[in-house]
Write a protein that binds this ligand. Structure first.
Ligand SMILES: Cc1ncc(COP(=O)(O)O)c(C=O)c1O
Length: 375
């Protein structure tokens, strides 16, 4: 018998009550039932984003919402700053390139977080910059960025701040309004605990003003069109309403636990994983480790071989990308994750490390994690 556990940074385990909702019979979306449900979803989403801004939902993965945050606010030839500290920061640069946007790419060493003072200098040197694109959680390195500090820097300028919180939101804290985030994008298959297929984008008044001037081509991802529909709890095109039904259930779970408690749980679980890993003499890859996932670095073994042993015991974790391939594994405790998931992951990690030939003392990571969890 084999039991499988998803400790990947998306998709994540979907709770049983959400799965049951997904099994319900199909109904038509242009109905009062849909509008009521969508209205509930939109209210609860604001609790997670910690915003009063409109949140647009697209039927797309997170990258669709990223693309929407480019096409809705910019015009050809506009200048932006993209903060590239990994695969997903790089995606901002690739999107800017695809749309003929003039970008200043702020390169950050993998595993590090950007220095807000450096960004301040870049923005001061060029007041024509229209937007800053960055990450909350850079999933390729397991790093969290200081969005509050970045928000304070960008708010002093005419530029808007666009944050990719696809893997972070609901695990690493973000206060969209208080931290002055103009556009925040997210995706459904992470801490929202539902399958892939929905992308979210919150939009501030400062960003809506830019949307009025934007000349980049857009049709499906037109946020202004979506905003009009949202006012009536509707969507311009056929919504993925079965996914929205599932989201309504998972958002209720989040609201019931309380968003502060949800973030505190992710902090506790991440701390336990980190202490466990360090007790085995292993290194964390990130100098600014995120809650959503922990990247563990290896220099003496092939991390891909290690992943095979984890997989053989039903544990799915992510590997490294680009230069980090074979050098790291990324263990996510995201969404429907509890203390027992931490112990399970560390326990199989210990056995797998022994199989791959590492000299570790079994039980050490479990004892260290247990200390954190007991508090
Ligand atoms: C930080 C971050 N941004 C963007 C994405 C892209 O989202 P998707 O794969 O849903 O398009 C991901 C996916 O892992 C991510 O982790």
């Amino acid at each position: 018998m084999k039991k499988e556990y998803l400790y990947t940074p998306g998709p994540v385990t979907v709770p049983p009550e959400v799965l049951l909702k997904l099994a319900e019979p199909m109904y038509h979306h242009r109905t009062p039932r849909f509008k009521k449900m969508f209205g509930e979803v939109n209210t609860k989403l604001k609790t997670v984003f910690r915003t009063e801004n409109d949140i647009i939902t697209f039927t797309s993965s997170g990258t669709g919402a990223m693309e929407a945050s480019v096409v809705n606010f910019l015009s050809p030839g506009d200048k932006v700053v993209t903060i590239n500290g990994g695969k997903f920061g790089e995606r901002w640069t690739l999107l800017a390139k695809a749309y003929g946007i003039d970008y200043n790419e702020m390169m950050i060493e993998w595993g590090c977080a950007p220095d807000p003072a450096e960004l301040e200098k870049i923005l001061a040197a060029d007041p024509s910059i229209k937007a800053v694109y960055t990450e909350l959680t850079e999933t390729s390195t397991g790093s969290v960025f200081d969005i509050e500090a970045i928000g304070n820097v960008v708010a002093k300028t005419d530029a808007i701040l666009v944050v990719d919180a696809v893997s972070g939101i609901g695990a690493d804290d973000i206060h969209v309004d208080a931290w002055k985030v103009d556009v925040c994008v997210a995706g459904s298959q992470k801490a929202f605990m539902i399958p892939p297929g929905l992308g979210f984008m919150s939009v501030s008044e400062k960003a809506w003003k830019l949307a009025d001037e934007s000349k980049l081509p857009k049709f499906y991802f037109d946020a202004k069109k979506a905003r009009k529909s949202i006012a009536e709890n509707n969507t311009p095109y056929t919504p993925a309403h079965t996914l929205l039904e599932a989201l309504n259930v998972s958002l209720s779970m989040i609201v019931e636990e309380g968003i502060d408690n949800v973030i505190a749980r992710h902090t506790r679980l991440a701390n336990a994983v980190r202490e466990g890993v360090k007790a085995l003499g292993l290194k964390l890859y990130s100098k600014s480790p995120a809650n959503a996932l922990t990247a563990i670095e290896f220099d003496s073994i092939d991390a891909e071989e290690l992943r095979k042993y984890l997989k053989a015991e039903g544990i799915f974790v992510a590997g490294g990308q680009n230069d980090a391939k074979g050098k790291i594994i990324r263990v996510a405790m995201m969404g429907y994750a509890t203390e027992s998931d931490v112990m399970n992951a560390l326990s199989v990690l210990e056995r797998s490390l022994l199989k791959v030939g590492m000299n570790i003392e079994p039980g050490k990571s479990l004892a260290a994690a247990q200390k954190v969890l007991i508090g």
